[in-house]
Design a protein around this ligand. Structure first.
Ligand code: HEM
Length: 201
């Protein structure tokens, strides 16, 4: 299969959760949205944002461990899709939960502090999405790599935001936190190994 076909498949795979959610909203697909549709829509979008953020972070370890540098070509698409879902998630919150009543936002921010952490994660992702093009990569040179390390604090804040908003069962957010810890640990270990090799030790 050609590279274009793989890219089209990844593109369709990333779009599928949104299409599925739309079908559920339209009552065409099951399960329905339950007793609190606004919350279900928000949660689904937030979960997919986080899953795709972690999938973006999986690309480098997968490419290195499997010795398949071609996997890097999917990184930008996954990252942009993560950003897309992470944008739709607060949009659903503003439209469906707050119903654009921004006076209520301040109250909610004080009551549900985890939202502030989510906002922090999203803000960190904005420069990454804006500079994701090849043109920006060329223009920024080595600074592009440094800037794109913002994905690590963004993912940490996103996991924290998820963990914090859970009331009782922390199992699911802990799985995401564990995956992130593994991915960050691997990168840390590789960078230490690289520095040791440079020092000749
Ligand atoms: C990187 C950005 C973000 C990610 C990855 C993210 C992810 C998540 C996840 C995974 C959940 C829990 C879903 C579940 O319980 O199944 C959640 C809940 C929530 N998030 Fe975010 N979030 C982000 C940013 C934001 C922002 C910017 C806001 C608001 C301005 C926000 C507002 C909320 C709210 C209100 C909930 C609780 C919804 C409920 O009542 O169940 N999030 N988020």
């Amino acid at each position: 299969m050609s590279g274009r076909v793989y890219k089209a498949l990844v593109f369709a795979g990333c779009l599928a959760p949104l299409v599925w959610l739309m079908l559920r909203i339209g009552g065409v697909a099951q399960p329905g949205l339950g007793a609190n549709p606004a919350e279900e829509i928000q949660d689904e979008l937030g979960l997919w944002g986080l899953r795709l953020l972690l999938a973006t972070l999986c690309v480098t370890p997968a490419a290195r461990l499997l010795k398949k540098p071609r996997l890097y070509r999917f990184r930008r698409m996954l990252g942009l899709y993560a950003f897309f879902y992470c944008m739709l998630h607060p949009l659903a919150y503003f439209l469906l939960d707050l119903q654009l009543d921004f006076a209520h936002l301040g109250e909610d921010l004080l009551k549900r502090t985890f939202i502030t952490v989510g906002i922090g994660a999203l803000l960190l992702m904005i420069p990454l999405a804006l500079t994701s093009t090849r043109g920006w990569q060329r223009r920024l040179g080595r600074r592009w790599n440094r800037l794109h390390r913002l994905i690590y604090p963004a993912a940490i804040l996103a996991c924290w935001h998820f963990y914090w908003q859970v009331k009782a069962d922390t199992a699911e957010p802990l799985v995401y936190c564990g995956i992130l810890a593994l991915l960050l640990g691997l990168r840390f270990w590789w960078s230490r190994l690289g520095r040791q090799l440079l020092r000749g030790g």
